[in-house]
Ligand binder design. Structure first.
Ligand code: PMP
Length: 294
């Protein structure tokens, strides 16, 4: 089946989709995006993703907002028409194209909107089963990481370096030695006493939707989460660690810079968190992820 994309109100075959090279998204990374998970053919936390999209646009003073009802409909239709039962929808909004390169943004931009859906395993992946090995790299990003900007060069370089060094992913470390987040995820550690720790929200990290959902799920179970910063050194002495993101959901981290955490295998707290989150998005864990109980 030809993959379909949605560009400025029109559904087209993905290969036919066209955007001007004068688009401010291309010239200045003047745009934002969202990636929303799809499970059982349903969008996961779509309203929170759209809330965050609108916030990102407001923070960048876009002045014009895409039509929310239309975006909701586009998500549902891309999922249905492309037969996605498990995967994600990518949505990008930029400040548009004006046939010239001008740093100064227009007051009333003519937005460029682009979306597509893709099938992909989210739950039963090698990393979710066996964990991922991460390297640390300096966090060289700008200081508005709370905005989900398409300016992802630092993250792309970090992940490329991780691959070149035989690792699976990268964690970003600020000059003060504290971990900010994963290259495309929020970072969590678990102490030997089972305390679950993740960095507090600020301009230094993205307010992950999966992170937010875990606060809800863990809270309902009476589990406390400690929101505080931790250093790379502390992370390396943690018994467990994991990351959260719409595409990786809850991914165990078993190694940081070659240092094995705990047993070197996904630990019981992380397995419990995976089980909780998979159940929250409607999975039958005994079928979809029997390995969480092993
Ligand atoms: N931090 C960064 C830098 C990310 O790119 C992502 C994933 N887009 C996240 C955190 C996790 O956010 P979410 O749970 O909303 O996918």
């Amino acid at each position: 089946m030809t993959r379909q994309a949605w560009v400025n109100g029109v559904y087209v075959a993905a290969e036919e989709a066209r955007i001007s090279p004068f688009d401010r998204g291309f010239l200045f990374a003047d745009g934002v995006y969202e990636v929303t998970a799809v499970y059982n053919g349903q969008m996961v936390d779509m309203e929170r993703h759209l809330d965050r999209l609108e916030r990102s646009l407001r923070e960048l003073k876009f002045g014009t907002m895409p039509n929310r009802k239309e975006l909701e409909e586009v998500h549902r239709r891309l999922v249905a028409d492309n037969g996605v039962t498990e995967g994600y929808v990518y949505l990008q909004v930029t400040r548009g194209a004006y046939g010239q390169r001008d740093f100064v943004a227009p007051d009333k931009p003519k937005l460029t909107c682009f979306a597509y859906a893709e099938s992909r395993a989210l739950i039963d992946t090698p990393h979710a089963r066996n964990g991922s090995r991460v390297i640390s790299v300096p966090d060289i990003r700008w200081s508005r990481r709370d905005i989900k900007s398409v300016g992802l060069l630092a993250q792309a370089l970090a992940k490329t370096e991780a691959k070149a060094r035989g690792a699976d992913d990268a964690w970003l470390v600020a000059p003060d030695g504290f971990v900010t987040e994963g290259a495309s995820s929020n970072a969590w550690i678990v102490t030997k006493d089972g305390e679950i720790i993740t960095r507090a929200l600020s301009n230094m990290i993205l307010a992950g939707i999966t992170r937010h959902a875990l606060f809800d799920s863990l809270g309902q179970q009476g589990h406390k989460i400690t929101e505080r910063s931790f250093t790379l050194e502390e992370a390396k002495t943690a018994t467990e660690a994991f990351t959260t993101a719409a595409t990786g959901l809850v991914t165990p981290v078993t190694e940081i810079d070659g240092v094995k955490l705990g047993s070197g295998k996904p630990g019981p707290t992380t397995r419990g968190v995976q089980k909780l989150y998979y159940t929250a998005i409607g999975a039958d864990v005994s079928k979809a992820a029997p390995w969480v109980n092993e």
